[in-house]
Design a protein. Structure first.
Length: 239
């Protein structure tokens, strides 16, 4: 489970490992060897900066306990939002249960804490003492009331924010590369797009994307195939 209360994620460009820099240098080499980009790197640099800024979270979002935090990287935003919904629902259930208890709806009250010891083994701590419980409930009442979990919509939930971002990014890369060379194949354009998004930190570099990556031509071709296949879903149907 993501610890969303103390959520921390380094920026996508903050890669301090030597192999990360080496991997990005390999991406630049692939761009230069496959495309005639001599006079276009300033425009590519602007795209990289735009994608990097838009992919990382700079909007503040509200959490039920810890106040405001910066929204995480766009790839992780949905999962963190889901964690927040789950936490708010737990707070709602706690407040609702305390209210029911105070209305006398429960005959017996105790708190059970289960510890998972691994390998299917667990341990349960039961708190039921008449002097301890009221103090615990007073602490629980000081928590925010939370929100009831919304009814899930039918059908498959899509990560709309990430999908929209990727479609727009692919479209912008297509516009640029088509202005550089109008005779490229669709696979060439997707390859260019994937390399630019890799430099922006949106897609993991080849040494992460493809285990054991080297500059061997066969492996570059395999990497190219995997990278372009992963982006086909986001290209415009008119391309």
């Amino acid at each position: 489970m993501t610890n969303w209360i103390n959520y921390r994620k380094p920026g996508s460009l903050l890669m301090n490992m030597p192999e990360s820099f080496e991997s990005l240098n390999e991406v630049i080499e692939m761009l230069n060897s496959n495309f005639n980009l001599e006079h276009y790197w300033p425009k590519i640099g602007l795209l990289i900066a735009e994608f990097s800024l838009n992919a990382d979270g700079f909007n503040l979002i509200e959490t039920p306990i810890n106040g405001q935090i910066f929204e995480p990287n766009i790839k992780d935003s949905d999962s963190v939002q889901e964690e927040i919904i789950e936490a708010e629902h737990e707070l709602f259930e706690i407040a609702n249960s305390i209210n029911r208890m105070e209305r006398g709806e429960f005959e017996t009250v105790e708190i059970q804490i289960k510890f998972n010891k691994g390998k299917g083994s667990n341990e349960t701590l039961i708190i039921s003492h008449a002097e301890i419980l009221p103090r615990i409930f007073e602490l629980l009442k000081s928590l925010p009331e939370g929100k009831q979990k919304p009814t899930p919509k039918k059908g498959i939930k899509e990560k709309q924010q990430y999908k929209k971002f990727m479609k727009e990014s692919v479209g912008k890369c297509y516009v640029l590369i088509e202005s550089i060379d109008s005779g490229l194949t669709d696979t060439d354009k997707l390859f260019f797009t994937g390399l630019v998004l890799t430099l922006a930190g949106v897609i993991e570099p080849p040494r992460k994307f493809y285990e054991g990556f080297t500059t061997d031509p066969d492996q570059i071709q395999d990497y190219r195939d995997k990278l372009t296949d992963s982006l086909k879903y986001y290209k415009s149907t008119g391309k």
